[in-house]
Design a binder for this molecule. Structure first.
Ligand SMILES: Cc1cc2nc3c(=O)[nH]c(=O)nc-3n(C[C@H](O)[C@H](O)[C@H](O)COP(=O)(O)OP(=O)(O)OC[C@H]3O[C@@H](n4cnc5c(N)ncnc54)[C@H](O)[C@@H]3O)c2cc1C
Length: 251
């Protein structure tokens, strides 16, 4: 069985910055956190059910670092769709390109994260399933595969629901799948020399996607007024806090 995990390369959380063009700088990328959870489950299925796990990303050259971490964790192959004409692609274009790449890979099971830490639309997975005409199971906290079908469990109001769909299918998994493993030193070393395939739009038989949603502005919110940190002797600190509250008419 072939499992393909969608791994978006995102800036390390906490380091995100808007560049001069108003877009998030993407010089250093790592695997999107939510995608590591589904990758972990894919690797477990590879171990227990003999599945083959591939990775797919669409992104700039720096996105290969995100794929390399996935290879170090245990994935067997990785593809990056990269093309200068993809810079500035919107969600619809991203979905069209990833769907075309998935048609070429032909997995039995596609796994996606719930959302990305930079874009955060939270719809790429289901939109790809719709585009490919595949069953889509979302919010999975457990994923099992057997005899041509995938079964998930997911929390719903008042309990847990179990759903099954025939393969091929797409599943969006959550952090409840379990903690992703750390890559071993051996895995990291081996991943360094692995070949990551790069596909262009031409390789996929696609034209540059038309951008239908335009980013009309982006701004860093003004810093919030600084908090006062009171340090020192407990009595003096208590006095300062009481004075602070008193000045604001608080009890
Ligand atoms: C340089 C740049 C310019 C952009 N310009 C525009 C613009 O003009 N207009 C606009 O609307 N948007 C723009 N975007 C946003 C971009 O289109 C979104 O990042 C894309 O739509 C995916 O949405 P998301 O990150 O919110 O995905 P989500 O829906 O939050 O992602 C859910 C899951 O889908 C999978 N996934 C998502 N994206 C990828 C990927 N690239 N590769 C592999 N797996 C993936 C992952 O498993 C992820 O966990 C731009 C992005 C960049 C980097």
């Amino acid at each position: 069985m072939k499992i393909c995990v969608l791994v978006k390369g995102v800036p390390p959380v906490g380091t995100e910055r808007l560049g001069a063009d108003g877009r998030i700088e993407r010089t250093t990328l790592e695997p999107n956190g939510a995608d590591e959870y589904v990758l972990e489950r894919a690797l477990q299925l590879a171990e227990s059910a003999g599945a083959e796990v591939s990775l797919l990303t669409m992104g700039p050259e720096s996105a290969t670092d995100a794929l390399r971490k996935g290879l170090a964790m245990g994935a067997s192959s990785a593809v990056r769709v990269g093309d200068p004409r993809l810079a500035g692609t919107d969600l619809r274009g991203t979905v069209a390109v990833l769907a075309a790449a998935l048609r070429r890979i032909g997995p039995d099971l596609i796994l996606a994260g719930t959302d990305s830490s930079d874009g955060g639309a939270g719809v790429a997975g289901p939109a790809i399933a719709a585009r490919l005409g595949l069953p889509c199971l979302v919010n999975a906290s457990a994923i099992e595969v057997a005899a041509g079908s995938v079964t998930i469990r997911r929390p719903v109001a008042g309990g847990l629901e179990t759903l099954r769909a025939p393969l091929p299918a797409l599943v969006v998994g959550t952090q409840l799948l379990g903690e992703p493993r750390y890559p071993s030193l051996r895995g990291i070393m081996a991943a360094r020399s692995r070949t990551i395939e790069t596909w262009s739009l031409a390789d996929l038989g696609l034209d540059a996607p038309a951008v239908s949603t335009i980013v009309t502005g982006s701004a860093v919110p003004p810093p919030r007024a600084g908090a006062e940190i009171v340090r020192g002797d407990a009595g003096a600190v208590a006095d300062r806090i009481l004075a602070f509250l008193d000045a604001r008419g608080l009890p």
